[in-house]
Unconditional design. Structure first.
Length: 160
């Protein structure tokens, strides 16, 4: 009995999966590079300092101080954009940055939105404007007509 017949029958299917998997990987790389190029060109048009990134999915945006990097990251997060701040001591204080990861799954609309939001928030942070990056969270409104104690709750209520 020939034991190689099972292996020979499986080999063409495995080869086809491998070939289509390789094509999918190449397609993802092509789309990721196109998205990186779009992000970089939009950032250049908006005068955003991206430093000197290599061809990588991680694109740094240099903001110049740890405080600004934290404020900018918070403001972008409030707009639905996940961007990590890289601050001192990981980098020198004057090289603090925000790190963006661009993937093949991002659409061009998402990248346009991301760069526009980045440019808007960066202007606010650089101007020292108390915009979304520096506003404090509003507390829930207290009920009117009741005496409120932070530890006891509502005065006169039966629920403790």
């Amino acid at each position: 009995m020939n034991t190689n017949s099972c292996v020979d029958a499986i080999a063409p299917a495995a080869a086809k999966r491998r070939a289509t998997g390789r094509w999918t990987l190449l397609e993802h790389l092509r789309r990721r590079r196109a998205n990186e190029a779009l992000f970089m060109s939009l950032a250049r048009e908006a005068d955003i300092d991206t430093g000197h990134p290599a061809c990588a999915p991680m694109i740094p945006v240099v903001v110049g101080s740890s405080t600004k990097a934290l404020q900018l990251a918070y403001a972008l997060q409030r707009r639905g954009i996940n961007a990590d701040p890289i601050i001192f001591p990981a980098v020198p204080e004057e090289e603090a940055r925000i790190r963006f990861f661009v993937t093949s799954c991002h659409s061009s609309e998402q990248i346009h939105f991301m760069v526009k939001a980045l440019a808007d928030e960066l202007k606010l942070v650089n101007a020292g404007h108390p915009g979304p990056a520096t506003k404090t969270r509003r507390r829930h409104p207290r009920p009117q007509g009741f005496l409120w104690h932070p530890l006891k709750g509502l005065a006169g209520s039966r629920i403790r």
